[in-house]
Ligand binder design. Structure first.
Ligand code: HEC
Length: 165
């Protein structure tokens, strides 16, 4: 009897994690609660990531680099300094192994392409348009994350220029 209950709560937690990671964040309260837990870890939690926490996949590592870069880019944009391709080359995250192979769908690759276009526009933008292009770039991170990996959304939204605590 006790075993069964343990098993059932395991299944509940597991499905909450899967739902939070695959659906966007317009959810009910239960889903929101699951989401908040994931936000605190800032990763895109999947069952395999939970099982092997120390085996980070190349895509997860590249995403962390992209987030660090976005923070540095934001500082530069706010200081009115030019963002360059040599400081911030486009990271080809879509060609490497993800934690959850199910994300590799046509929509995912389309979102990756749109991020690359936004990155190119940002690099090529004259200083006067840099703020606008940086905003468009961060919005592409958000678009993909709303579909494929809602965990880091809270962190990514902080990269927006108009973000307020
Ligand atoms: C095309 C979809 C897509 C785009 C665009 C995208 N991401 Fe991700 N992101 C993902 C997926 C999928 C994962 C999960 C990767 C994994 O675990 O292998 C992820 C994971 C992350 C993580 C968590 C990494 C960790 O520690 O596990 C962060 C932070 C992140 N992304 C930030 C960003 C930022 C910043 C941008 C924009 C510059 C961005 N992402 C653009 C799909 C995307």
């Amino acid at each position: 009897m006790k075993r069964k209950r343990v098993f059932l709560s395991f299944v509940t937690i597991l499905s909450a994690a899967i739902i939070a990671c695959t659906q966007n964040n317009k959810g009910n309260t239960a889903q929101q609660a699951a989401q908040d837990t994931i936000d605190s870890t800032e990763t895109c939690v999947t069952p395999s990531a939970t099982k092997y926490p120390n085996q980070d996949k190349p895509m997860a590592l590249m995403m962390r680099q992209m987030a660090d870069n976005a923070a540095k880019m934001k500082e530069k944009v706010l200081a009115n300094e030019k963002i360059t391709a040599s400081d911030f080359p486009f990271i080809r995250f879509h060609l490497v192994e993800p934690t959850d192979p199910d994300v590799l769908q046509p929509q995912f690759f389309e979102n990756a392409r749109l991020l690359q276009v936004a990155h190119k526009n940002l690099i090529n933008a004259p200083l006067i348009n840099q703020k606008e292009m940086f905003t468009a770039y961060i919005n592409q991170c958000i678009s993909c994350h709303e579909i494929y990996c809602s965990g880091p959304l809270k962190r990514i939204r902080k990269f927006k220029l108009d973000f307020k605590e």
